[in-house]
Design a protein around this ligand. Structure first.
Ligand code: TXA
Ligand code: MG
Length: 347
């Protein structure tokens, strides 16, 4: 057990604490910190021993590579072999921000960070605490989401404390994260830029900068092996089983209601994951709204916190409503789909 320090509680001491947290990273320790997407669990990206500790703390599968976080464009040169014109355009448009770009890795990046791959994923987060921590540590920071592997990603310091207290050196509380789900991961190595994981930057936004962008086929066809190793695992899962209902609004609500009766008749504790417009029409005691139906940014921001909320109700089955897959809806549905382990009904 480590003695985990919780930092960031008071604005007056934040700067000093960031300096100390930077020192922890520089000395090979682990620090969880907020980004604009979700909280990350950071270690010096070029220190293979420190990086190994991340996998242990999270219980992360060994073959799942980490994203390296930088605070300035100069740091990229040390990490990668070369930078393509497409990458330049994307960095110009979206950094700092929720876009992770794959590059051929330089020798400086250990295989522990990339889980044996010859590519390295890099992003510049858009959050003053994350950028300050990178600056104070004086190195680039490898950081997966700061949750126990398999659980919903943390969007509040409390989520990180729940999962990682006693396993990391420090947790910096920066309040709730803004985007609420992870960065988009893009691979530029082929002829067509490929989205390996949908996230905070949408395909519509990417298409304003690049002429063509496609989704990795494995995002649609589960029989194919995904290029982003993380996409193959059951993920984002609350303790309860999640069943997802998508399509016509009225049919979805009807289906959720009748399924709830059926499960409760079997003696199961049922939770309902819904939106502001629908919540009052469900009689359940265990219901959570993620926000307004048409406000996908709000839904994204509340998604993981809502999934975690059911854990404290001791629910057996969550019945959830799906969303339109346009804009950030694509990433919302990717996370819900995974959280449900593919248990999705289209009506
Ligand atoms: O928003 C985010 O990206 C957050 C914050 C903390 O920055 N980080 C995050 O990390 O979501 P993680 O480890 O939970 O997810 C990283 C994803 C995984 O699906 C992983 O497989 C993929 O990025 N990835 C990392 N390096 C890769 C590589 N070299 N090739 C393909 N996929 C890679
Ligand atoms: Mg993750």
């Amino acid at each position: 057990m480590k003695q985990t320090r919780v930092m960031g509680k008071s604005p007056e001491t934040l700067e000093e604490e960031l300096r100390e947290a930077g020192e922890i990273i520089r000395n090979g320790g682990l620090v969880a910190f907020p980004t604009e997407t979700v909280y990350g669990l950071g270690a010096n990206a070029l220190n293979s021993e420190a990086v190994k500790d991340i996998f242990v703390a999270k219980g992360r599968p060994q073959d799942n590579p980490l994203i390296v976080h930088i605070s300035s464009r100069d740091q990229l040169e040390d990490l990668v072999e070369s930078i393509s014109p497409e990458a330049e355009l994307l960095m110009e448009a979206f950094w700092p921000g929720p876009l992770t770009i794959l590059f051929a890795k330089s020798e400086a990046v250990p295989f522990e960070t990339t889980a044996g791959l010859t590519t390295v994923a890099v992003r510049m987060p858009d959050h003053p605490v994350a950028l300050g921590l990178i600056d104070y540590s004086g190195c680039s920071i490898a950081a997966p989401s700061a949750n126990t592997s398999g659980k919903p990603s943390p969007t509040k310091a409390e989520h990180v404390i729940e999962d990682l207290d006693g396993k990391v050196d420090a947790i910096i509380d920066g309040g709730a994260t803004g985007v609420g789900l992870e960065s988009t991961v893009i691979d530029l190595s082929g002829e067509i830029p490929m989205i390996l994981r949908p996230g905070g930057v949408t395909v519509e936004q990417l298409l304003e900068v690049l002429p063509v962008v496609e989704y990795d086929l494995a995002l649609k066809d589960e029989t194919l092996s995904p290029k982003s190793p993380g996409q193959k695992y059951r993920h984002y899962s609350p303790k309860a089983k999640l069943e997802l209902y998508c399509g016509d609004e009225d049919k979805v609500m009807e289906a959720v209601k009748s399924r709830r009766s059926e499960l409760e008749a079997e003696g199961q504790r049922v939770g309902i994951l819904t939106v502001d417009e629908h919540i009052s029409s469900y009689e359940s005691d265990f219901k959570v709204s993620m926000g307004r139906q048409d406000n996908h940014e709000e839904i994204a921001r509340n998604l993981f916190d809502s999934l975690r909320a059911f854990d404290s109700f001791d629910i057996d089955v969550i019945l959830g409503e799906g969303f339109e897959e346009s804009g950030i809806g694509k990433a919302i549905m990717n996370r819900l789909h995974k959280a449900s382990g593919g248990n999705v009904r289209y009506l």
